[in-house]
Design a protein around this ligand. Sequence first.
Ligand code: NOJ
Ligand code: MG
Length: 531
Amino acid sequence: MKYGDYLWWHKGVIYQIYPRSYKDSDGDGVGDLRGITEKLDYLKYLGVDALWISPIYPSPMADFGYDVSNYTGIHPLFGDMEDFDDLLKAVHKREMKLILDLVPNHSSNEHQWFRESRSSKDNPKRDWYIWRDPAADGGPPNNWLSVFGGPGWEYDETTGQYYYHSFLKEQPDLNWRNLEVQKAMLDVMRFWLEKGVDGFRVDVMWHMIKDDQFRDDPPNPNYHENMNSYSRQIPAYSTDQDEVHEIVHKMRRVIDDYDERLLIGEIYLPISKLVRYYGEDNRGAHLPFNFQLLQLPWEAAKIKAAISEYEGALPEHGWPNWVLGNHDNSRIASRVGKEQAKIAAMLLLSLRGTPTIYYGDELGMEDVNIPEEKIQDPQALNEPGVGRSRDPERTPMQWNDALNGGFTTGDPWLPLMENYREINVKNQRGTKGSMLEFHKRLLELRAKEPALYIGKYTPVPSTGNILAYLREFDADKFLMILNLGASEETFAPKLQWRGTVKIATHNELEGVHLEQSTNIAANQGLIIKID
Ligand code: NOJ
Ligand code: MG
């Protein structure tokens, strides 16, 4: 691609906001749209380019907004359409972008569509959802499971049939084989695109269409007892069907009717299957989310191999992306520890491809231990013991050292981390060496160096727990040296190099001139501009 062909989403950095937990403007203990608008100057200061907001639509909140009961409205908890329009305008005024969460695989059971669908077998919307007769013994039509535990089929007395739900029974799956469903959801996309939103993150894209013969999923030979019940089977027939790519392509066509909008897919699949979501000739999702950094052990050799595998598997002109945290996974600072969280930020913001930062990770926020009686997440409540709670990574943003970290004047929907009086935006902003300033400086450097935002990636062979690579564009070259371990390592590559440290985890190294063979302290990371 030529320099001028790169668009905002190739070059920019995405920041995910979990709206319930970002900033509460009205004291009800739940974050809202006005709260986000209040914090846009903070986000501008931080230096991110696009905001993705988890669902803000009307919803009974069985799965905290991922159960949508009206795709073109705003939940009163979050505000109203005027608040949304104000937010969108304010984002654009600051030359940032706004990405919404689209949840097309399933609606809420309280959506009007489902109410109609379940009312009778001959209702015009019957086929909008996935209804099947009971098996011969009266049980579920096949063995498909729910991600949140138990069977994926729910018996409905009214008509004596079962409906399928990949997640909660309050989240019936839409039938994407039905053309009216397709039209209705593509119209939803147009509704928001007309308003000016800059793109969508599509929820569970790989779930959207199921085997038309409803064949049983095979057992998972690697299942063991402390896994959640969904892991008993390989979802070979209930997810990732060939036909999904036609659907993704249809979504992309809608996106392409507008200027420079972005289509992201949430997809948890191995690389070889993931890259198919770019679509034939890149006519699918622009960015099928790459979750490897959420899943790999924190070891240089494994991460390096995964980067190479991913780089090698990308289709021509398929643009890479990297995700370090989200609302469904343990926070990075808890997974790898505080010291390594800085290395992780350097990695995320210097790999080739669009990075996504999860709110609060820029402060080093950690998972918060939620007492049992306060657990909110249905994934945990549904399968006590094995269903991992996602509450710990969804706690309120820590803004300052006032009560509740400045998140709310009311009673927060989830407790804050005890450390909020130390770890917060107010304390870290302008404080040299803080996690926040570190992020800000990484983002600043990245934004002004094409080598970092679009440059070529070349791995540099290294030993021990060192991960090293070059990023280059025209004559500009950066060498990244990251020590992913807690002991000192020697970095002595065959490659000849000399350069100046631009950003270091340990401030005193910045500006220092280095060359060739050097010792890298425990937990040390360096971004070096090659002379
Ligand atoms: C993926 C979302 O990220 C998660 O939070 C949600 O529970 C499921 N999809 C179901 O919508
Ligand atoms: Mg509120």
